[in-house]
Design a binder for this molecule. Structure first.
Ligand SMILES: Nc1ncnc2c1ncn2[C@@H]1O[C@H](COP(=O)(O)OP(=O)(O)O)[C@@H](O)[C@H]1O
Ligand SMILES: [Mg+2]
Length: 334
């Protein structure tokens, strides 16, 4: 049986749906499902249902799946899609509100755990790092002149790496602090905010000629300070990754998608390989080397955390050497 266009089927469906193969590989997911579980489509398609959600909060799910697979019996959670020979082709898996609620809570707890973990790790790493940095400086100052050139060079590199580590820790600390402050939701003029961020970037990089276009961006409801961080990171990335283009262009825009407001930042820069798209938002995850484009890989993790706190979603689309587009929604807050 030819795979049905699940995207089309699910579009506009407010429910939480997955389409599964008979051996429980995920082939499609509704927007509402992705929203509730805070997953990205690219991160779950092709994977096993219980790989992605190892401890499904619905205790009856196994029995229900068995009934569909063995007897083609539908219930409120799972229903079979049969091919023209009457064989099971797909299973439509539906999550009820109580299950969805549990998944939402779990996603929230996981983020809070990561945050408090980041906090203690970064906090504890600071002290020994300071000692390393201090001793290597003392060594350089007190004994540098008596070291051969190669020794001085090594010491210099040691200090450089210690400083890079300090930056990483700083990024981790910044990330861990995000969840601590309550959201202050108010109307925010995102277009004006984007213009300000663009101007700041241009002033800070007078050697770059980047055309930044902000248009059709309606105001949103959200935390102004946090949304500013979102735009600073997304427009900052667009600015950075267009460095090798003489005709660098960045567009900040918005559209309506299935009745949902989507904001985006698009550039014509280095782009990235879509196969790794879901990794981008992890702490310290980078698809470009620090030699090529400087950075520590915390920006998008911050962006995702902020967007999730607003109840929205963020995703990236790109092609190597053909630019990237980062889009976000603001969920209930917008
Ligand atoms: N506009 C973009 N174009 C191409 N790649 C991008 C873009 N924005 C982000 N990325 C990729 O995502 C990675 C993570 O981004 P981010 O978390 O902001 O870290 P950093 O900017 O420090 O590299 C980047 O290293 C890069 O590989
Ligand atoms: Mg960045």
């Amino acid at each position: 049986m030819k795979q049905p266009d699940f995207r089309l089927l699910f579009e506009g469906a407010p429910g939480l749906y997955l389409a599964l193969t008979p051996d429980l590989k995920i082939v499609a997911a509704s927007e509402a499902y992705l929203r509730a579980t805070r997953t990205q489509r690219a991160a779950i398609i092709g994977r096993d249902l219980f790989d992605v959600f190892p401890d499904d909060p619905d205790a009856n799910v196994h029995a229900s799946l068995d009934r569909v697979r063995e007897q083609r019996v539908a219930d409120t959670t799972n229903s079979p899609v049969l091919d023209d020979k009457g064989e099971l082709a797909y299973i439509i898996h539906r999550l009820g509100e109580p299950t969805a609620d549990k998944l939402r809570t779990r996603a929230m707890v996981a983020e809070q755990d990561l945050e408090s973990f980041s906090y203690s790790v970064s906090h504890d790493l600071r002290a020994p790092l300071r000692v390393i940095d201090g001793f290597s400086l003392a060594l350089l100052e007190d004994h540098g002149p008596s070291l051969p050139a190669e020794g001085q060079d090594l010491l210099g590199r040691l200090r450089l790496q210690a400083q890079r580590m300090a930056q990483l820790i700083e990024g981790l600390l910044q990330f861990s602090r995000l969840g601590r402050k309550p959201l202050e939701v108010a109307p925010v003029d995102l277009a004006a905010l984007a213009q300000t961020v663009a101007q700041e970037l241009q002033q800070a990089n007078p050697d770059r000629a980047v055309e930044i276009n902000v248009s059709g961006v309606p105001p949103a409801m959200g935390d102004r300070g946090l949304l500013r961080q979102v735009l600073t990171n997304l427009i900052g990335n667009a600015f950075k990754f267009t460095r090798r283009r003489p005709d660098a262009q960045v567009v900040v825009g918005s559209r309506e998608d299935n009745g949902e407001r989507v904001y985006y930042v698009r550039d014509n820069g280095a782009g990235f390989d879509m196969r790794y798209a879901s990794r981008l938002f992890g702490v310290f995850q980078r698809l470009h080397s620090a030699d090529e484009f400087e950075g520590i890989g915390v920006g998008l993790a911050l962006v995702q955390r902020i967007i999730h706190r607003h109840g929205g979603r963020v995703w990236g689309e790109g092609r190597v050497n053909e630019g990237a587009t980062f889009s976000f929604t603001l969920g209930g807050a917008a």
